[in-house]
Design a protein around this ligand. Structure first.
Ligand code: ADP
Ligand code: MG
Length: 241
């Protein structure tokens, strides 16, 4: 199954979500592959992949077999990095060749409604739109919904990221967009710390509200029961000593 993660606006948490959603799938004993299609290579860099010569860009030009561009990163996540040159996205359906080897292909994208993103979206089975719970991000969200609908691309749902008490509420976001809100992930200042260390947050801070929410979402998505950790306060307190 191919899962695409999109947003019209940058910096809303697509890469953070992709890494931690795939990590959550791993926690539920699934076999995901993270695919980076952003030329900034943020996803790959966040997982410690820097100098790699075999990449998606070369695979899309048929210079190398796509299987050769998959790297195993610490914590068990497998990643297909973008590379440095423009993607020959017209050949994007070669990703279908990987479906037999993985349960889920989690595709991180560049922000925006480019032709490249539309082509990627067209091959996806599920589409998650990321947004921040604030007016500028929701305006951009409405633009991408409109464009996807014009192209008959079915949106699975919205993931609201960096939620705080002062944010626009998920029910308002549903009222405005007409698209279900599947998960609400809280603001968490330690996330940056984990990215800089190359550790997925789900593993870096397993008892944080962010981790519990994203794992809860992954379990719902998979239809697997998930027992949220109890004695949270005690565990947080113990982590200090
Ligand atoms: P995108 O891929 O959409 O451009 P990123 O995942 O790179 O966005 O996130 C942008 C910035 O926001 C990063 O510095 C990241 O650490 C931060 N961030 C993402 N999600 C959260 C969150 N829930 N709480 C706090 N910071 C976050
Ligand atoms: Mg990104």
């Amino acid at each position: 199954m191919k899962i695409g993660i999109f947003s019209a606006k940058g910096g809303v948490g697509k890469t953070t979500f992709a890494i931690n959603f795939a990590s959550s799938l791993l926690c539920f004993e699934k076999n995901p592959l993270l695919i980076d299609t952003d030329l900034n290579n943020s996803l790959s860099i966040s997982l410690g992949l820097i100098n790699y010569n075999l990449n998606l860009s070369r695979a899309l030009n048929f210079e190398i077999p796509i299987n050769n561009a998959i790297y195993l990163t610490p914590f068990g996540l497998r990643v297909l990095p973008t590379g440095d040159s423009n993607l020959n996205y017209k050949n994007i359906n070669i990703l279908n060749d990987l479906e037999g080897s993985f349960d889920f292909l989690v595709i991180d994208t560049e922000p925006g409604i480019s032709e490249k993103n539309l082509e990627i979206a067209k091959i996806c089975d599920e589409i998650f739109l990321l947004t921040l719970p604030e007016t500028t991000s929701i305006y951009a969200l409405m633009r991408i919904i409109k464009e996807f609908e014009k192209e008959n691309i079915k949106i699975t749902g919205i993931i609201v990221n960096r939620y705080t008490k002062k944010s626009i509420s998920p029910s308002e976001i549903f009222d405005i967009s007409g698209i279900p809100v599947l998960a609400v992930l809280p603001e968490d200042t330690k996330i940056k710390e984990s990215l800089n260390k190359g550790i997925p947050y789900v593993f870096y801070n397993p008892y944080s509200s962010f981790t519990i929410e994203i794992k809860s979402f992954a379990s719902n998505f998979l239809g697997i029961p998930y027992k949220k950790p109890s004695f949270l306060f005690l565990k947080k307190w113990l982590s200090f000593i």
